[in-house]
Write a protein that binds this ligand. Sequence first.
Ligand code: ZN
Length: 372
Amino acid sequence: MSDAVQKFEEGLARVAAGFETTFAQCPDESSLRAAAAKLIGGSGEVTQLLKLMPQLPGDRRKELGQRANALKNAVQSAFDARLEGLARAARQAELDAPPIDPSLPGRGLARGALHPITRTIDALLDVFASIGFEVTDAPEIELADFNFTRLGFPPDHPATDMQDSFFVAGGEIGAPGVKRFEDQVLLRTHTSNAQVHEMSRRRTIPIACISAGKVFRRDDDATHSPMFHQIEGFWVDRGISFAHLKGVLTTFVKRMFGEQVPVRFRPSYFPFVEPGGELDVGCTICRPYDEPGSEAQRARTDACRVCKSTGWLEVLGCGMIHPVVFEHCGWDPKEVTGFAFGMGIDRIAMLRHNVGDIRLLYENDIRFLSQL
Ligand SMILES: [Zn+2]
């Protein structure tokens, strides 16, 4: 027998003797595939034998070749059978296992929380309630009478143009039953309607109310949203003066923003107060009041975009209630006086949480809101 024939025969015998046991001992698909590759893969043992065929003597070549191919097919069949057996066993193990897997990590329950705007509203109402204001509510869908007329806006007053409003369909002039400007129905443009409702309804003094909620205007950009929030407060009694206004609002600022935060009053115009003013507070972002005059402080304020490097933030409008408003609500302005103020809550929330774009507060992206 030639060397090549002997080598060939030994190879066939070695493979034939071992492959079934080898496959049976493979515990999973990857070890089975590795074992099969060692036999019938590109450089596997059987493949190597087949490459020796040209060296075999011609009279033995056909027979040995047939045996080698038969062995290759047997290895392939054994591999296929074992692969199927493994898959069946895995499936059966799944079916036999308990229906739940207590070793899996649990899904966490997300805890709900109040929206930053709601938290700001609560904080503001708390401060004013602690000063002595009663918390009240007013409609979001309102008659022009309560939103404009009784506050001293005549129908052609430029302020009614200035506040480009959302009128309710069927509630505009010309609709059935809507003849006068006052009868129109709109989404309130400010929370000052709370003042009109309370002053029209109540007949005893003192009246000190605070009211917060949604208001609506045709605005939409980074610092304006068509829906936003305001808080409105007023105090009516005999002998109320601008000194009371300053005292209450200064107390509010100290309680809301901190004792050290300074305030300043500037004259301004609103149709329903006389005189009217705006209240500024020291910028709570760059805090120019912390180390006044220091080099580092000046640099911080110069770089502050929130107060535009002025060191001050406008937070609210205020003033003494106009005599016309008293008359429209059934009070004699010679007997009682009062002050009123209003502010945007969203701006206060933006300041509290250092948020640059108002729309972020309304997109309800929990990944953003949960950081505030
Ligand atoms: Zn600043």
